[in-house]
Design a binder for this molecule. Structure first.
Ligand code: G4P
Length: 531
């Protein structure tokens, strides 16, 4: 099969949602459709229950599970589907943001009773930054929820994206009768069914016809007709190109737990969603059809077995064909590497592969050569852009509690931050280590892993920083002056960039006022950075 047809049949996406909206459930149902699993319940709940944030066994379990389910690949309708899993827990948000750089589109789930929630908004912000195409699935229609028009208004207002319903619910909760698919004029009648794939599709040539009344009753039928008229009046016709540009999100309604509306979602998704798209590099844009292989690492996972210190680097293939045992450039290290045991992820199994194509995610065994954001290329060496670090929200100074183990501590914290568990900033004098995260839970994970995997003991002392800001300027003299004046608030990130650790919003504002030629960024990716 040619490289182009391999690209064309691939779909690489993530399912994202606020915790509890139904991400695990929908993922599982999609795997059921794809035949990748046979029974519901096979995908473990990939989230740390809110009550168990300090239960380390739970954290370990989460890490174990998330390797197995980080990428779920399966075939359906002639397509090769790669679902990239994202952690549900908000403290792992940074991991989710990075994973989103490796997908070509997303399915966003919203709970019909809760509407847009905090994580929904933040995740959508990241999608908007990259113009990622989004399909919205409004879930739990079998439960009492909000009015559908109100929900759509809320989606547009809060997520700042235009929406276009492609299916429409008939009733909700106790009166939920089914969903009318606007895209291909079919009626799907609801029956609560948690285990089987429902296939109760009725083709309706004309929604005005008596047929609809027979299926859902006269009242529901006339309500459906009125609402459809309103939908078609209020919303522009679905524009696939606008969806692909990330400007309009098609919306589906259903109930994941009941396998309801899932098939339509999947089939429409396969019809409209993008096949693998290229990525920008420091040497121009790379198209998937480019004959030379290229890819980037977006996630690194430590081996659970403490006797095997190796890790798995997750590489998204951007262009060309990846081949086992072929030498590729590791751009940052300026070295060539080959990989004897690259793995693919078909559902929960890992297996060694000989080749892989754009859109695929492969696992590379790593003994410490990879950092998140690293690029592998064939031919010319270049680096992919756009795996940003976001400013952490919690900062702590790392204190060594066992002077005999300072080497282990040093190595451990370097490796854990390479994995992206947290960000490390070095402050002078004294090489002080400031660890920054988006959630408290990471500190517990780091402390636990430093002890268990590296034999090092540490303590975290809170630092009252508000934000870490990366800086750019055309006025080098002003930047130098700033760094001198604010020396005690300046640190270096892992790539040796200067970072300003602002203590309060006010102090940041003062700095912006006093040093107008310096731009302060809240992400390390300056192209998408916003002040
Ligand atoms: P998450 O990964 O987004 O965090 O959500 P998850 O799929 O775990 O779903 C959260 C809860 O919502 C689960 O219930 C799940 O069964 C339920 N759920 C998912 N889809 C639907 C739906 O269409 N209708 C209804 N009524 N419920 C749905 P739980 O009680 O938290 O867990 P469990 O005991 O069922 O596993």
């Amino acid at each position: 099969m040619s490289q182009l047809s391999e690209i064309e049949k691939r779909r690489t996406f993530a399912i994202i949602s606020h915790p509890d909206a139904g991400k695990t459930t929908l993922t599982e149902k999609l795997l059921l459709f794809g035949g990748a699993i046979q029974t519901a319940g096979a995908v473990k709940n990939n989230k740390i229950k809110k009550t168990a944030t300090s239960d380390f066994m739970e954290i370990e379990k989460q890490r174990g599970i998330s390797v197995a389910t980080s990428v779920m690949a399966f075939k359906y309708g002639g397509k090769q589907i790669n679902i990239l899993d994202t952690p549900g827990h908000k403290d792992f948000a940074e991991d989710t943001y990075r994973t989103l750089t490796a997908v070509d589109s997303v399915i966003l789930i919203v709970d019909c009773a809760n509407g847009v929630e905090a994580q929904t908004e933040r995740l959508m912000e990241v999608c908007r930054m990259r113009n990622t195409p989004v399909i919205i699935f409004i879930n739990k229609m079998d439960r009492e929820g909000r009015d559908s028009f109100d929900l759509l208004d809320e989606l547009e207002d809060m997520l700042k994206i235009k929406v276009r319903p492609l299916s429409w619910p008939i009733g909700i909760g106790a009166t939920f009768k089914g969903v009318y698919n606007i895209f291909n004029s079919t009626l799907n009648l609801f029956s609560a069914n948690k285990t089987k794939i429902s296939d109760d599709l009725v083709s309706i040539s004309d929604v005005e016809g008596k047929e609809v009344d027979e299926y859902v009753g006269e009242d529901a039928a006339s309500e459906l007709r009125e609402e459809l008229e309103l939908v078609n009046g209020v919303y522009d016709d679905f524009d696939k190109e606008a969806y692909l540009r990330g400007e309009v999100a098609p919306v589906f309604f259903g109930s994941a737990i009941n396998n309801f509306g899932v098939k339509e979602l999947l089939e429409t998704f396969l019809e409209i969603s993008p096949s693998p798209i290229g990525r920008d590099t420091d040497q121009g844009f790379i198209e998937p059809a480019d004959k030379n292989f290229s890819g980037f690492v977006f996630k690194i996972h430590a081996n659970l077995d403490p006797n095997h210190r190796d890790r798995i680097a997750f590489l998204r293939i951007v262009s060309g064909k990846f081949e086992r045992n072929k030498f590729y450039n590791h751009t940052r290290l300026e070295k060539k590497f080959k990989f004897p045991n690259p793995t693919s992820f078909m559902a929960q199994d890992k297996s060694v592969i000989d080749e892989a194509f754009p859109g695929d995610v492969i696992g590379l065994y790593d003994t410490g050569n990879f950092k998140i954001g690293d690029s592998l290329t064939e031919g010319v060496a270049y680096s992919f852009k756009g795996i940003p670090s976001f400013s952490p929200e919690i900062f702590m100074e790392l204190e060594n509690k066992d002077p005999m183990k300072s080497k282990q501590l040093e190595k451990g914290i370097q490796q854990l931050t390479d994995e992206g568990v947290a960000q490390l900033f070095i402050q002078q004098p004294g090489n002080r280590k400031i660890v920054g995260t988006v959630g408290q839970l990471q500190f517990e994970v780091i402390k636990y892993r430093l002890e268990n995997e590296y034999g090092a003991k540490c303590q975290f002392n809170p630092k009252r920083y508000h934000k870490a800001c990366w800086m750019t300027t055309d006025n080098e003299a002003q930047l130098e002056q700033f760094i001198k004046a604010k020396a005690i608030y300046i640190a270096f990130d892992k790539d040796g960039n200067h970072v300003f650790l602002a203590e309060t919003p006010f102090l940041l504002q003062m700095a912006q006022q006093d040093y107008p030629d310096i731009t302060f960024h809240f992400t390390s990716d300056f192209k998408v950075g916003q002040n």
